[in-house]
Design a protein around this ligand. Structure first.
Ligand code: ADP
Ligand code: 6PG
Length: 165
């Protein structure tokens, strides 16, 4: 999870490969109206996001039924969105927030081309972002190191929380 450009797709796909499971790209679950809205420079509302989160959760449930686990890249900016995912996805859902400064992310987004997400929406993403609280099953990683190093940190964190029970 994290704002647009925080590295979710890059790091999530690496983690899925390392965990030998499917990777779900949250971007692929938006409906055409939501895509048009973002393309037009308008941030999504809660009402736009609930059905999107439900579609992601349904796909995750299917992947878990098939393979036992799944990695998802999803902005999941607000706690309510994460709670919705947790209640709809079977088993234990854990969140990794990729954190970085607005300046660094802006630089990365400016260098990246995206099918529908304009760089101009970055500030709205930071405005909505609620960092995971201490009572959420989550960790926050500073994404100022290479993607493979972040992947190693994620696997290490998952191993430590699993063995802690
Ligand atoms: N740890 C990293 N270090 C440097 N660049 C990164 C890192 N993670 C991602 N990037 C780059 O930043 C841009 C945004 O990453 P991306 O994975 O598309 O983010 P998101 O899926 O969160 O929108 C991409 O161009 C990607 O190559
Ligand atoms: O909740 C939202 O506002 C969107 O999901 C948004 O957060 C997401 O960032 C876009 O789909 C672009 O995708 P990237 O996050 O991969 O740039």
């Amino acid at each position: 999870m994290g704002v647009s450009g925080s590295g979710k797709s890059t790091v999530g796909s690496l983690a899925a490969r390392a965990l030998d499971c499917r990777f779900l790209e949250g971007d692929s679950f938006h409906d055409p109206a939501a895509i048009a809205k973002m393309q037009g420079g308008v941030p999504l509302s809660d009402e736009d996001r609930w059905p999107w989160l439900d579609r992601i959760a349904a796909a995750a449930g299917q992947a878990i039924a098939d393979d036992g686990r799944v990695v998802i890249a999803c902005s999941a900016l607000r706690r309510a969105y994460r709670d919705r995912l947790r209640s709809a996805i079977p088993g234990t859902t854990r969140f990794v927030m990729l954190d970085n400064s607005r300046e660094e992310i802006l630089q990365r987004l400016t260098a990246r081309s995206h099918e529908f997400m304009p760089v101009s929406l970055l500030d709205s993403q930071f405005a909505v972002l609620e960092r995971p609280a201490a009572d959420e099953p989550a960790t926050i990683l500073l994404s100022n190191v290479r993607p493979d190093a972040l992947c190693t940190q994620i696997l290490g964190w998952m191993g430590s929380v699993q063995s802690a029970g």
